[in-house]
Design a protein around this ligand. Structure first.
Ligand code: ATP
Ligand code: MG
Length: 424
């Protein structure tokens, strides 16, 4: 019978990959914890309406990337394509936003029906951060400072550059949109097909078209910056001053608009040149209108999401995964013969008590000396502890280095932990 395979674009994360995932997750957890961010966990499925109302009907995500289905009651549900909408829904539903500030973060799988390729999958993982009740720009700056700290913690400083922009309030964007459309209409036949379509639906997205013909038309297009309202302009100037003061380098990219409807004022992306076309590892911005748009009170908000697969690809490409990040054994305990099984399990327990930071793997399943030593070698352990009838009778254990030519030694079982502590 044909074997059933995983769904295209949805990856298994195998045992030799999970250590680097854990390393990234724990580093992020630690850094966010330092800033007082609290974790929130939302369901993976929400009502379809939530995403339509927040992300926007004419965005790529809602138009063509969502996994939407009817459940058995006939309700339209969607696998979350991103975390912000669900986070706002949850925070609002449970009264977390009433008269208070919040700094929240989450991590988990997201789902988008895109063409799978390097750095782009149909199930991928984001680590997201959302701040509520703070108008900024101080908290906008904090978000960028903390991402910079995270890059340092992962050894990535200098490998990602920060681009920022202000896209103003929705009112100033409306005026700009009209000017942009009026200009682009004149050159409609020189635009690529996607951009022609977006002229009707989401003209701002044309600004980040990669099509050479469209790019040429765009060189003389009106720029958003000329249409910014005073408040957005002041907000952006202060943000830049705060980043300067904090020593976080950035460039202003006037074409950076982001694909989701809910953004306003500050938008930003961290981009690496080491991953080819899928170079954005973290993206976000301010979305002061979203909470109200979803039925809550007006609430200032800003956040970002980073793509965990891309971060890991980057760490691996640059060979920045520290050597200690693996799930290999430190010590492998063998048991030669039936009578050694119980004592070997007990020696292993003692070692786990005495060396809590070490990985102690017990051989299970019997077998010859040779086959047990082969497994010890394959476990990655640096030392094998050999327990046979003689050792058990003498209260000793054989201590055999596996990674160098040192000879095997006989050690009293009571001293095994202190001997190993010196070695591993
Ligand atoms: P892109 O321009 O690469 O499609 P996006 O603007 O759609 O990204 P966001 O919705 O801002 O992405 O998501 C934040 C981050 O999540 C991205 O910067 C990226 O690192 C990651 N991401 C988004 N879509 C995918 C995907 N299909 N596969 C892997 N990572 C993704
Ligand atoms: Mg996308």
């Amino acid at each position: 019978m044909a074997k059933i395979k995983a769904i295209r674009g949805m990856n298994d994360i195998l045992p030799d990959q999970t250590p680097v995932w854990q390393y990234v997750e724990s580093t992020v957890r630690q850094v966010l914890g330092q800033y007082g961010y609290q974790e929130i966990r939302m369901p993976v499925v929400e009502q379809t309406e939530l995403f339509k109302r927040s992300i926007g009907e004419v965005t790529d995500i809602v138009e063509k990337e969502m996994y939407t289905f009817e459940d058995r009651n006939g309700d339209s549900l969607t696998l979350r394509p991103e975390g912000t909408a669900g986070c706002v829904r949850a925070a609002e539903e449970h009264g977390l936003l009433f008269n208070q500030t919040r700094r929240l973060w989450y991590t988990g799988p997201m789902f988008r029906h895109e063409r799978p390729q390097k750095g782009r999958y149909r199930q991928f993982h984001q680590i997201g951060v959302e701040c509520f009740g703070m108008a900024g720009p101080d908290v906008d700056a904090e978000l960028l400072i903390l991402t910079a700290r995270l890059w340092s913690a992962l050894g990535l400083q200098g490998h990602a550059r920060l681009e920022i922009n202000s896209i103003g309030t929705s009112e100033s964007r409306k005026v700009y949109r009209q000017a942009l459309v009026a200009y682009l209409e004149q050159f409609k036949d020189r635009l690529d097909a996607d951009s022609q379509r977006r002229l009707e639906t989401n003209p701002l997205r044309i600004l980040d078209s990669k099509d050479p013909g469209t790019r040429e038309v765009l060189t003389d297009a009106p720029v958003l910056d000329d249409y910014l309202d005073d408040e957005s302009r002041a907000h952006f100037a202060q943000l830049k001053a705060l980043l300067d003061a904090a020593g976080v380098p950035y460039t202003v990219n006037p074409a950076l608009v982001r694909g989701l409807d809910y953004y306003g004022k500050t938008v930003f992306e961290w981009i690496t040149d080491s991953l080819g076309a899928q170079g954005t590892i973290c993206a976000g911005g301010r979305y002061d209108g979203l909470v109200q748009q979803l039925g809550g009170k007006p609430t200032d908000a800003v956040g970002f999401a980073m793509g965990v697969e891309r971060l890991i690809l980057l760490l691996e490409t640059l060979e920045l995964v520290p050597e200690h990040v693996n799930n290999q054994a430190d010590v492998y305990i063998t048991a030669m013969g039936e009578s050694a099984v119980a004592p070997a399990l007990s020696v292993a327990e003692q070692l786990r008590d005495q060396l809590p930071g070490r990985v102690i793997v017990s051989h299970c399943g019997g077998g010859s000396f040779k086959s047990q030593m082969k497994k010890a070698d394959r476990s990655g352990a640096r030392y094998a502890v050999i327990l046979g009838e003689n050792e058990i009778n003498n209260g000793t254990a054989g201590l055999k280095p596996l990674r160098d030519d040192q000879p095997q030694r006989e050690v009293p079982q009571a001293e095994l932990a202190s001997e190993l502590a010196k070695l591993v």
